[in-house]
Design a protein around this ligand. Sequence first.
Ligand SMILES: NC(=O)c1ccc[n+]([C@@H]2O[C@H](COP(=O)([O-])OP(=O)(O)OC[C@H]3O[C@@H](n4cnc5c(N)ncnc54)[C@H](OP(=O)(O)O)[C@@H]3O)[C@@H](O)[C@H]2O)c1
Length: 327
Amino acid sequence: MEKRTLGRTGRDVGVVGLGAWQLGADWGDVEESDAIAVLETALESGVTFIDTADAYGDGRSERIIGRLLKEHPDAGVTVATKMGRRVEQVPENYSRENFRAWTDRSRRNLGVDTLDLVQLHCPPTPVYEQDDVFDALDGLVEDGRIAAYGVSVETVAEALRAIERPNVATVQIIVNCFRQKPLGQVLPAARKAGVGIIARVPLASGLLSGKYDEHTTFGEDDHRNYNRTGGAFDVGETFAGVPFEVGLQAVAELKGLLRPDEAMAGFAIRWIVDQPGVSVVIPGARNPEQARSNAAAATAPPLTDEQLAGVREVYDRLVRPHVHDRW
Ligand SMILES: NC(=O)c1ccc[n+]([C@@H]2O[C@H](COP(=O)([O-])OP(=O)(O)OC[C@H]3O[C@@H](n4cnc5c(N)ncnc54)[C@H](OP(=O)(O)O)[C@@H]3O)[C@@H](O)[C@H]2O)c1
């Protein structure tokens, strides 16, 4: 798999990684044996970057990844975790003391002395302006608790602010066929600054796999059911903030751009891989087959100019009014 340097971490990672939110089983069941099978398959498919968080399954996702690391100590996997979402979302909670306690817990969960990369997990916007927060993060690096830090952001404005911070190694942001605004300023700014871009929610929570229709339903404990209007967290994390019916129509049109041998999910991931400035794409996978086919997008042929123009046109006409000015 093609490797790219992950911003200021200086590490090289396979361009398609794995998102491990599902493995926490916060939304929909994933048995531990299935979670391990997803991770093993991702590794076999060339994945060397895994994204998790201390909040996913309240540590379950980290602990399962810890098991994988123990069984494959020489696999060269980079694990990015996140912190900050297990407490009330107020700036005061982003303190040196909490950072120490949170990273200690993640180190235990993952079974490592030094965390490869820790990201603030979509912190409240005022946190971006607090120098003491970033000084405390620098302190974690100096102490050897973490090798590098980054920020997972909700908006383009937050991404640009994070990129300005001198020691932010990576920015994680939603970039996909339905979220094209970061192409304008964020990706060029990140490239210029040498900040890595981790592209999350690449399939718009599965919409861009093309497998749903107007009859599809999701479980009661699935955010694609309970967070459709943003009842639990930022609505932009569910279907990338695109109303489900609008997304179905847009995907139906994108399918018209596929070559005969192309699958919609692979096409959508490849589109992100081809955007200059993206370091790694992190599709979530619920089973080994999804993990395998998502990793294969790294070696698929690039999209043609006609396909790229088609994705742009569908975005501008159908999706843009719902997302562009919001995130
Ligand atoms: N605030 C944050 O920092 C934040 C927020 C959200 C996500 N993330 C990160 O981003 C990662 C990815 O996000 P995500 O999982 O929410 O969204 P996603 O990657 O856009 O979508 C994942 C869903 O797409 C479907 N899918 C995946 N591969 C497929 C394939 N090959 N064929 C058909 N369907 C496929 C599955 O749906 P089914 O379940 O229906 O099979 C899966 O649950 C997360 O794991 C997490 O690491 C971070």
